[in-house]
Every structure is written in C-alpha cells, then in structure tokens.
Design a protein around this ligand. Structure first.
Ligand code: SAM
Length: 264
C-alpha cells in the first residue's frame, strides 16, 4: 500500500510506503488509544533517567532515527534533548498519535510510515544513530526478516553509527521467570501485563485494563545472546548489553535487555 504524503498541523509530514503486516493488525485502534496510559510518559521518562540521551550524546550523535516510534515517546523526548529526529513506524494509527503528541509537546519532526523491511527505500540519507525501543524488534517472527531488518538498520547508519535496540527479557520469560516490576517502560499503573503463552517460537502477552478490556500482543521471544549474535553477523563491530539500564545485571532479575551496537 502506498501512502500519499499528508500534512499535519505543526509541520509534521507522514510519507512513505508500507506493506500491511501482522503487527499492524495487533495494534488495534482501541489499543493504540490506550498506549499512552500503558506507558505513562512522565514515569517512563523518570525511569529512563536520560539513559538513551546520555548514550547518544556520548557518541556525538546528531541525526537520530526512532525506528519504532509508536506514539512518539522517544521521538518527542529526543527532539526535546536537541537531536534531529526522524520517526518511523509501520502502523499509521501509531504515527497519527505520535504526530498529535508531538504537537501537544511543541515538537516537530519528520515522520515516515514504513515497514522496516522497506526502510532504505524510504529514507533520505544516513543517520548517526537508530533507536528501536519498547520491545518492538520481537515483532519479527522470521529469522530471515530479523537479519534483513538488521541489515537495513546497518545500511541506514553512518560509519561510526550506533544502534540501540531493546527487548523484553525473554531469557527469563522462557525460563518461566517472568516478572514485570512496572518500573520500566510500561509504567502506567492501570494495566496488568502477563504472559498468556510462551514457547521458543511465540510469546503472547495479555494486557488487562481496569475497565475489563483485554488485548493480546504476540511476539517472537528472542534471547539476549541470539540477538547479540545476529548483530555481529549483520556487520556491527561491537555490541554491549544492559539489563534495566545497568551494565552489570542479573539475567533473571531484569525486565528489559538493551543492546548497543556500533558500526565501524
Ligand atoms: N517504541 C514505542 C514505545 O516504546 O512505546 C512503541 C513500541 S510498540 C511495542 C512496537 C511498535 O513497533 C509498534 O508501533 C509497531 O507498529 C512497530 N513495528 C513493529 N514491527 C514493525 C515493522 N516491521 N516495521 C515498522 N514498525 C514496526
């Protein structure tokens, strides 16, 4: 499906190409409407404590691609921190919300509606850094897709560029040691997130909201070392992992794993 460019008040433009994929149907409009309640921007910001901003500043990044913008939490906070942001997502509904949130926060940045698998065709130039956050990458179920998307990310980076990519701690979840402290990422107090199904190929999360609404999100439960291996095989020179923003972490006591990979 080709999207025509659409102007949004505040100078934000959505353009690009998107192929409808399974994840787009998982993000039902009513779930997108609830997403900001789920993550609670203020509490999430406090929990991150500028972790991503500091990493990007240390790397002297200027041009940053938020590859899984969702409702725009990171795009807005990185724009506020002074980075030149491009927001990408494959869900048009998410991007509509990101554009509205950017307007509300007085920020303006380029927004591109595209699936990652067609990223290169839709970008203008390369980036100093790519962030792919909120456990978005596990929406790719096929290993060939995971490799293809990492190759797209690699290609979209300038030499010396940095990819920051996170996922829920599936090492712990696959060992039936799921915990969600609610202190990181999904900081809203209203919804309960539980694991409805887990095996080596599928993780189904269940989101229960106080008004009785229930949603499911299905993802591939990628392991920490599996992803590190894919990053290195995709050409990244060095990789580093963090558990809940800490360099030293207990693999069974962390909610989220963050990978930082650099292109030589
Ligand atoms: N990063 C945001 C956050 O942390 O709140 C959103 C996270 S949400 C769990 C995952 C996002 O990734 C969704 O907005 C979804 O549309 C997007 N996404 C998943 N697979 C994608 C793909 N193949 N191409 C583009 N976007 C994708």
């Amino acid at each position: 499906m080709t999207e025509s460019s659409t102007d949004f008040a505040g100078g934000t433009t959505i353009s690009g190409q998107v192929a409808p994929e399974e994840y787009t149907s998982q993000y039902k409009p009513t779930l997108v409407d609830r997403w900001d309640d789920l993550i609670d921007w203020d509490r999430r910001k406090a929990s991150e404590n500028n972790f991503f901003v500091e990493l990007l500043k240390e790397a002297e990044s200027r041009r940053v691609l938020d590859a899984a913008a969702g409702t725009g939490f990171h795009s807005v906070s990185l724009a506020e921190a002074g980075f030149e942001v491009t927001a990408v997502d494959g869900s048009r509904k998410m991007l509509d919300r990101a554009a509205a949130n950017a307007r509300r926060e007085g920020q303006s940045f380029e927004i591109i509606h595209t699936d990652w698998r067609g990223l290169g065709e839709n970008l203008d130039g390369r980036y100093d850094a790519i962030v792919c956050l909120g456990s978005s990458f596990p929406h790719l179920f096929d290993e060939a897709d995971r490799r293809a998307v990492l190759a797209e990310f690699y290609e979209a980076l300038n030499p010396g560029g940095m990819l920051i990519l996170d996922h829920r701690n599936f090492d712990a979840i696959r060992a039936h040691r799921y915990r969600s402290s609610g202190n990181f990422y999904y900081c809203g107090t209203g919804a309960n997130v539980s694991v409805a199904h887990i095996d080596e190929n599928l993780c189904r999360f269940r989101y229960d909201f106080p008004d009785g609404a229930t949603y499911h999100l299905e993802v591939y439960p990628v392991l920490k070392d599996e992803l590190t291996g894919l990053l290195l095989q995709s050409g990244f020179d060095t990789t580093q992992t963090f558990g809940d923003f800490q360099e030293k972490f207990d693999i069974f006591a962390s909610d989220f794993i963050i990978h930082v990979a650099r292109k030589a």
